[in-house]
Design a protein around this ligand. Structure first.
Ligand SMILES: Cc1ncc(COP(=O)(O)O)c(C=O)c1O
Length: 296
């Protein structure tokens, strides 16, 4: 696979890609992004990712974005040019180019970057043994500051701080609470718990990114006849869960076996978790927008 970048419609190898130093996302984090996976030359849940991207663009009032179908075609072309079978696709959109906070004083032509690369969030063995997680002090932003439902570039400075806090404690991931102390999400993943055969996950109003992997898990659960409850959860619910796992495009689905050094259930990946992971892997092989096998 050749790592490829598409910068505003021009394709180039990753090492040749450059961004203008006054790009508004580079200067201020003023933009949105998506991470999408390619499995066996199929772009998994592409429309759901792009819908979320365009929802964020509308919310932030980023003007002059290229049409949906054009973005979709650019992504397909970039993947095709990379020759990748499996990859991580990053789509970043910044408001434009220029210094100063006021968008009226900059060139408001969005910069649209697509990169086809690789990303492994956790070591492979952790998918078998499970992840140790700690509760971090950093809270998710409230919807009256940066709405956590927007995958905005700037908000990730907090998530990076949360990840570093977890790293310092020797944990693989950090669990963030919302301002009221309810459980929200991990730094790049949503949380699911198993209680008496029921899947429980924080409600979108708790301050989470409404994950596309999360949605896929909810669909899998419905198909398997497993009840799902989206609700406001506290640490009490996590400490008393029988099983837990995290979901995300980069993370995929990974069992979570402890929180704050307390084992969840028997401290090993649970049966229901493993069933859902198997079903998820099956779906990644079957669902998705196919990419033509291009000539390179
Ligand atoms: C903060 C946060 N929560 C949850 C997720 C999981 O979302 P998705 O499954 O759409 O990748 C991500 C990753 O995109 C994220 O950054």
């Amino acid at each position: 696979m050749q790592m490829m970048v598409n910068w505003n419609g021009t394709l180039m190898p990753l090492q040749d890609a450059r961004i203008p130093v006054f790009d508004h996302a580079y200067l201020y984090g003023d933009g949105v992004f998506e991470g999408i996976r390619l499995y066996n030359r199929r772009i998994f849940r592409m429309d759901e990712h792009l819908q979320r991207l365009y929802d964020g663009i509308r919310h932030l009032d980023i003007r002059g974005m290229i049409p949906y179908e054009e973005l979709k075609q650019r992504i397909i072309d970039t993947v095709e040019a990379s020759g990748a079978e499996n990859a991580y696709i990053r789509v970043s959109v910044s408001r434009g180019t220029g210094i100063g906070l006021n968008p009226e004083n900059i060139d408001q032509t969005p910069n649209v970057m697509i990169a086809v690369t690789r990303l492994a969030l956790y070591p492979p063995e952790m998918y078998e043994t499970g992840l140790h997680v700690v509760t971090v002090s950093l809270r998710v932003p409230t919807p009256d500051s940066i709405d956590p439902r927007i995958k905005s570039i700037g908000r990730y400075v907090g998530n990076i701080q949360a990840k570093m806090e977890a790293n310092r404690q020797g944990a693989g991931e950090g669990l963030m609470l919302n301002a009221q102390g309810y459980v929200a999400e991990a730094t790049g993943d949503n949380l699911f718990l198993v209680h008496d055969g029921v899947l429980r996950t924080p409600h979108p109003s708790c301050g989470i990114l409404k994950g596309i992997t999360r949605q896929t898990v909810i669909e899998i659960a419905h198909d398997l006849g497993i009840p799902v409850r989206e609700e406001w959860l506290t640490l009490h619910d996590v400490y008393n869960a029988e099983e837990a796992f995290l979901t995300g495009t980069a993370a995929e689905i990974i069992p979570m076996v402890s929180l704050d050094r307390r084992p969840i259930g028997d401290g090993r990946p649970g049966e229901l978790t493993q069933r859902i992971i198997r079903e998820f892997r099956q779906r990644t092989r079957e669902i998705g927008v196919p990419v033509p096998a291009g000539v390179r």
